[in-house]
Design a protein around this ligand. Structure first.
Ligand code: TTP
Ligand code: CA
Ligand code: CA
Length: 398
């Protein structure tokens, strides 16, 4: 029997994620040591630090006061949760279009399985270069990636490629790639594990390899076997697609609070359209449409409407969202409220019925194909490529 084709796995992780998102909002932070976390004289800890600040020994989870002592010239900024989840969603939107299987690991990283895409994308190195360039063009954010045959190797490789780099480990080269690296680089070898291994004279992954499986097993039991497998680059874990989302939506925070109803409606139209496109990309339909907004005084209101039947169509989802917005906006001080955050969400999600073709006939299928190709053009060329008349106005004004 033929050997199964080697897997092509990618680990991608955004560089200094919170810092880079803050830099989008304040370009004056570029090139400087930056620490995200808040008041350097307060009790908090560092969430993220720029590579410039890391040179002074600053790192995540360190008390802010320590960071200030190590790097007094750093700019300390508050952290803004909403900004990071917004940016994260944009990145994941791109990954989901790009890769057949995406496993989110955290807010800023994912494993992709590209096995079998070579005919479509060409060599994985070039495809990942293009992916990272695309992420940077669309979001302004730098990322790094590891490419290889297992999660273990790609995770380590992306870390070594940072910042703004990528590294491929060819199948068969894993042992040589890992051998010189310190054992602490293996995810899961904590401080305790590291100390114990050092006491036994093990410093590098190559030392594990030399010790060999029987001796490692006699010394450390199951963990010994696992460590030996790591040293060989053996890691059979698969890239598991993320579960179905509970809701799919889009929201935005304005630079300045605004009470301009027409502008708000245009924006909501745009948000609902993007959320609907996302819904279709997940192959889902929504039963409930939700609109959320937050006013200048930080009060958040939401309103929901249940549709007659679950839908994936712009024509059902967007008008419902606009109608909800008008009600909410009117109920907030008779339309005189200033809005700070606006969002459209779809919930009550279900998978498309498998027998849709039979039930709904040819016309609906053609409509769906058309919508899907519009979605595909948007993904490729950006949201500006196809816009409804109403939104053009404000996109041009930007
Ligand atoms: P990481 O991916 O660990 O770090 P990073 O993106 O800042 O830097 P790099 O990957 O280039 O080394 O974490 C992602 C974000 O998660 C980080 O920007 C801030 C947040 N975070 C915390 O809030 N607290 C923490 O202790 C860590 C490790 C991260
Ligand atoms: Ca990161
Ligand atoms: Ca990360």
């Amino acid at each position: 029997m033929a050997e199964p084709a080697a897997r092509v796995i990618v680990h991608i992780d955004m560089d200094a994620f919170f810092v880079e998102v803050e830099r989008l909002h304040d370009p004056a932070l570029r090139g400087k040591p930056v620490v995200v976390g808040g008041d350097p004289d307060g009790r908090g800890v560092v969430a993220a630090s720029s590579y410039e600040a890391r040179k002074f020994g600053v790192h995540s989870a360190m008390p802010l006061r320590t960071a200030k002592r190590l790097c007094p010239q750093a700019v300390f900024v508050q952290h803004h949760r909403g900004r990071y989840s917004e940016a994260s969603e944009e990145v994941f939107d791109i990954l989901e279009v790009f890769a057949p299987v995406v496993q989110p690991v955290s807010i800023d990283e994912a494993y992709l399985d590209l096995t079998g895409t070579e005919r479509l994308y060409g060599a994985p190195d070039a495809a990942v270069t293009e992916l990272r360039a695309h992420i940077r063009r669309k979001t302004g954010l730098p990322s790094s990636a590891g490419i290889g045959g297992s999660k273990l190797v790609t995770k380590i490789a992306s870390g070594l490629a940072k910042p703004d780099g990528q590294r491929r480990v060819r199948v068969g080269d894993e042992r040589a790639f890992l051998a010189p690296l310190a054992i602490s680089i293996i995810p899961g070898v904590g401080k305790v594990g590291e100390r114990r291994l050092r006491e036994g004279g093990v410093r590098t992954i190559g030392d594990l390899d030399r010790l060999g499986r029987p001796r490692l097993e006699a010394w450390l039991g199951e963990s010994g076997v696992w460590l030996w497998e790591c040293s060989q680059g053996i890691d059979e874990r698969e890239v598991q697609p993320g579960g179905d989302p509970k809701s799919i939506g889009r929201e935005t925070t304005f630079w300045e609070d605004t009470g301009d109803a027409e502008f708000l409606e245009s924006t909501l139209h745009h948000l609902a359209e993007r959320a609907a496109s996302r819904l279709r990309r997940h192959g889902m339909r929504a039963r409930t449409v939700n609109v959320k907004f937050r006013t200048s005084d930080f009060r958040t209101s939401t309103r929901a409407r249940t549709l007659k039947a679950p839908s994936w169509r712009d024509a059902d989802l967007i008008p419902a969202a606009l109608e909800l917005f008008r009600q909410l906006f009117h109920d907030e001080r008779g339309g005189r409220a200033k809005v700070r955050l606006l969002g459209a969400y779809f919930s009550g999600l279900s998978r498309e019925a498998a027998q849709m073709d039979l039930l709904e006939g040819e016309r609906e299928r053609r409509e769906e194909n058309l919508i899907r190709s519009v979605d595909a053009i948007r993904d490729r060329f950006g949201d500006g490529a196809i816009v409804v008349g109403k939104v053009i106005r404000y996109l041009e004004e930007e």
